[in-house]
Write a new protein. Structure first.
Length: 125
């Protein structure tokens, strides 16, 4: 069975979306992605790279490592929440609506870990 590109409900073969609402939401998602995907890729690259560097730095400069990693995690969490752009492979599998949900859950988890680390850094240093 073919599925709605947005909500993954079953639809007939000549359709792409189950109703206008899903089509409108899908278009809104693609518009947002078109506008911000460059910014997303740049911030994503910088954050992921700096988390790696800060984790490495942790053994030599624990304070810098902890503050840096928590900052990068918080920025990443906020971005994944407000600009959730799941990878294409995920959208193919789960369709847009569910992929956005998964992306936002990951965002919240990253944000919470970031805040926890920051709190730890503040208490310890
Ligand atoms: Zn739908």
């Amino acid at each position: 069975m073919k599925k709605c590109e947005y909500c993954a409900k079953e639809i007939s073969y000549h359709e792409m979306y189950c109703d206008e609402d899903c089509q409108r939401k899908a278009n809104a998602y693609y518009d947002l992605k078109e506008k911000f995907s460059k910014l997303f890729m740049i911030v994503n690259g910088i954050c992921v790279l700096s988390i790696g560097i800060f984790i490495f730095a942790f053994s030599f400069f624990p304070e810098l490592g902890l503050y840096g990693a928590s900052g990068a995690l918080i920025i990443l969490g906020l971005m994944y929440f407000f600009l959730p752009f799941p990878p294409e492979i995920m959208i193919n599998k789960y369709k847009i609506e569910k992929s956005l949900k998964i992306c936002r859950i990951i965002a919240i988890v990253l944000f919470v870990i970031g805040v926890e680390l920051l709190t730890t850094a503040i208490i310890v240093y």
